[in-house]
Design a protein around this ligand. Structure first.
Ligand SMILES: C[S@@+](CC[C@H](N)C(=O)[O-])C[C@H]1O[C@@H](n2cnc3c(N)ncnc32)[C@H](O)[C@@H]1O
Length: 336
């Protein structure tokens, strides 16, 4: 666990899984199946998984995370459950390859609790937090890929504007990108603190007082870019749905509108007939293969908010598989 071991364990203890009871309630009918398996696509500190393993004593959970530190910590926490828990280092769009390797043809539950964990935010050195000065890293998988510093120091100005606008919905994207390009001509950006100062000085005085921390949107945008979060989610949703047995359920918690939109569309696509409009009788091959089990997106109520500030922006959606996906709509992304 290294020198941060105690902090890391403390983070796990402080962390309350978002809408845990509601997730368990939504998964319950599917997980009642004998021999049920659930995939927790975003294991994190294992809070939701621990809830599932305690509530449903016959269920086995496969937990995925691209963050090796999360896997290590969750592995320790969940050791008492023995072989009912299997942790795998993977990006969640690899779900079907992981299941194939484990010899599991289909699962009864899939859970996704998107975004960064409190563990990642609390570990200053990982560079996710604008509140703590640290190297500009922001990789969830610290063993691979571009860092936030690489993005800031190598993308051309137009691409920086695109990233900040699309993933951060940052209205001052051009000003911030300009300042980044000017600053890096002197010396490459290296620390989160430098970036925060640069953002502060790039935006108009009046805007510094409103709309939360001025660096919040830029940090979100960089994190999404560094981790390819939206691409991974876009592929992972149909892959996860494909992994579900008939009667299986998927529950997804999203924390920002770009992610929630992808979730909404993926579930709606399965819950709508694929027949061309005007057919008098919808053939079986065009019947919906999912049924939405939440009405729109559910949000946290007062009690949850009081318990757990992270639940503030949560949008929870869930669906149940009614029948196999018709052949003409099946994705075939599996490589194994
Ligand atoms: C919000 S946390 C999950 C917290 C967890 N539900 C709990 O109760 O402890 C999200 C986790 O998902 C992981 N993650 C995010 N995107 C991922 C992806 N594309 N593939 C695999 N893991 C991912 C992050 O590394 C992080 O640990």
């Amino acid at each position: 666990m290294g020198e941060h071991g105690d902090d890391v364990r403390g983070a796990a203890e402080r962390h309350v899984p978002v809408l845990l009871e509601r997730c368990l309630e939504l998964l319950a009918p599917a997980l009642a199946e004998p021999g049920a398996v659930m995939v927790d696509c975003t294991l994190g500190m294992g809070g939701h998984t621990e809830g599932v393993l305690r509530r449903f004593p016959h269920v086995r959970v496969v937990g995925l995370d691209r963050d090796t530190q999360a896997l290590e910590l969750a592995g320790e926490r969940l050791a008492p459950f023995g072989d009912r828990f299997t942790g795998v280092h993977a990006v969640y769009d690899e779900i079907r390859d992981v299941l194939a390797d484990l010899g599991i043809p289909a699962v009864q539950g899939v859970l996704m609790d998107l975004g960064v964990s409190s563990l990642q935010l609390d570990e200053a050195e990982r560079g996710f937090s604008y509140a703590k000065d640290a190297p500009l890293d922001m990789r969830m998988d610290a063993t691979a890929g571009l860092t936030a510093a690489d993005v800031l120091n190598t993308y051309d100005e137009r691409d920086l504007v695109r990233v900040l606008r699309t993933y951060g919905e940052e209205r001052f994207a051009p000003r911030i990108a300009r300042s980044v390009v000017r600053a890096r001509a002197v010396a490459p950006l290296a620390r989160t603190g430098e970036l925060v100062d640069l953002i502060r000085s790039s935006i108009p005085m009046a805007a510094r007082q409103t709309g939360g921390h001025p660096a919040k949107r830029t940090f979100q945008a960089l994190r999404i870019e560094v981790n390819g979060e939206l691409e991974a989610l876009q592929h992972a949703l149909p892959e996860s749905i494909e992994a579900l047995a008939v009667g299986g359920r998927i529950v997804v918690e999203a924390y920002q509108s770009l992610e929630d939109r992808l979730v909404k569309h993926a579930l709606a696509a399965g819950a709508t007939t694929s027949a061309p409009p005007g057919l008098p009788v919808v053939p079986d091959t065009h019947q919906p293969y999912l049924r939405l089990v939440t009405r729109g997106a559910e949000e946290a109520d007062e009690a949850e908010l009081a318990r757990n500030p992270r639940s503030q922006s949560v949008r929870l959606r869930a669906a149940e598989r009614l029948r196999p996906t018709p052949d003409h709509l099946r994705t075939n992304r599996r490589t194994a």
